[in-house]
Design a protein around this ligand. Structure first.
Ligand code: AMP
Length: 384
């Protein structure tokens, strides 16, 4: 092969196999995209016929941390990736000499733990909420003294969609049973409250050659701690958006990113940007890219881990993405008949539950406010 990249040994060509740890919707959309590019895909997930397996060539049915199963995946794949952050790091290290794992384990190690993540961000010169490590009640009292009310106590690991955290508004909340529960966890973070005007996120990707590409900024609206809407372009000045993108690029360089990374931020009223969280994988707030951009976040992630050159991303149309949780499935299916222009995604999960992410709808639009009104007037998301 001609030497087309700085790291030809890292180049994974069409026809090779991507192994994905985790078989949910992120793995499914990675698999759809990989298949379109002519790759083969094997999923490791304990649930037979999980969403990603429905789009893949094969599945190894086993728990994520099953060392023998990870070894089998490594043996059968040319490159390994994952769709969530709770991957067994030791298991990945154990197979690192058998299969390419371009994302490595450093990024996962850093982003798995909120203290390590925020410390990395601070050291890289990025603004975050003020924070302190909390291991027990004495630490909590000292941290509250320093950061003041309101503040947020979060477990360092394992929290998602608002689980494992509590907002402390006054000294009374120190005695809340949830505070006690979070403290019992033993490895927590207290964050000062950021009075944000908006939440946003940026997807950024980098390959082994060091090419970087960045997606448009998504404005994110949550309901009950779960992403409800993503709106692109975010309704903030272009200069703020550019700064958010530059911050994402800076993080990608600082962490020697390979693959895609979601950067969640708070936007202050004065345009100050605070990095809240990093997701070392495709992200729910990037689903809009499938229809609204020239390349989707999944296509770009696959290109990055295969060390293909990365495209410059263009937004082809303003867009609104709305999540479909268990309680929205029936209503959304009725909307299929009303809105032929809307893209209805369903992840094919066997069981629908309240607040479980079952699908999403992507709406390309010339009028974001009118589209938001259509969503509201449909009454499908009235619980939000
Ligand atoms: P997280 O699990 O860190 O993504 O937090 C869940 C949600 O809680 C965020 O999307 C925010 O809406 C809110 N939140 C978390 N941390 C803070 C903070 N330090 N200041 C203000 N709001 C926060």
């Amino acid at each position: 092969m001609p030497n087309l990249t700085k790291h030809p040994e890292a180049y994974i060509e069409q026809g090779k196999t991507i192994g994905i740890i985790g078989g949910g919707q992120l793995g499914q959309m990675m698999a759809f995209s990989a298949k379109a590019a002519g790759m083969k895909v094997i999923i490791l997930d304990p649930t037979p016929q999980c969403p990603a397996a429905q789009a893949a060539d094969d599945q190894i049915v086993a728990p994520y941390a099953d060392v023998a199963a990870i070894k089998e995946l490594a043996r059968r794949a040319d490159v390994l990736t994952y769709e969530f952050e709770n991957v067994d790091l030791q298991a990945l290290k154990d197979v690192a000499d058998q299969v390419a794992i371009p994302q490595g384990t450093n990024l996962l190690y850093t982003t798995k733990n909120r203290i390590r993540e925020k410390t990395f961000l601070r050291d890289a010169g990025l603004q975050t909420a003020p924070f302190a490590a909390v291991k027990n009640r004495a630490d909590l009292n000292a941290a509250v003294e320093k950061l003041g009310y309101p503040c947020v106590l979060k477990t360092c690991e394992g929290g998602y969609d608002g689980h494992g955290q509590i907002v402390l508004k006054s000294a009374q909340d120190l005695d809340d049973p949830i505070t006690e529960e979070v403290l019992q966890y033993g490895d927590d973070i207290l964050e000062g409250w950021v009075p944000f005007k908006m939440e946003c996120s940026v997807m950024v990707a980098r390959n082994t050659d060091g090419d970087i590409t960045v997606f448009p900024v998504s404005e994110n609206i949550h309901a009950h701690e779960i992403l409800h809407l993503s709106i692109v372009p975010a309704r903030m000045p272009v200069e703020w958006q550019q700064r958010a993108q530059q911050m994402a690029e800076k993080i990608a360089e600082a962490i020697d990113l390979k693959g895609i990374l979601g950067v969640e931020m708070f936007v202050g009223a004065d345009g100050q940007l605070y990095v809240n969280e990093l997701a070392p994988r495709p992200h729910n707030s990037g689903h809009y890219t499938i229809e609204a951009c020239n390349f989707s976040q999944f296509a770009v992630h696959n290109r990055a881990i295969c060390n293909w050159p990365l495209p410059k991303i263009k937004l082809m149309s303003p867009v609104v993405m709305v999540n479909v949780l268990g309680q929205h499935v029936a209503g959304t299916r009725r909307l299929i008949h009303e809105y032929p222009q809307w893209h209805f995604h369903d992840y094919g999960k066997a069981e629908s539950r309240h607040n479980r992410k079952m699908g999403h709808v992507t709406i390309l639009t010339d009028d974001i406010e009118a589209t938001l009104k259509q969503i509201k007037d449909s009454h499908v998301w009235d619980d939000e």
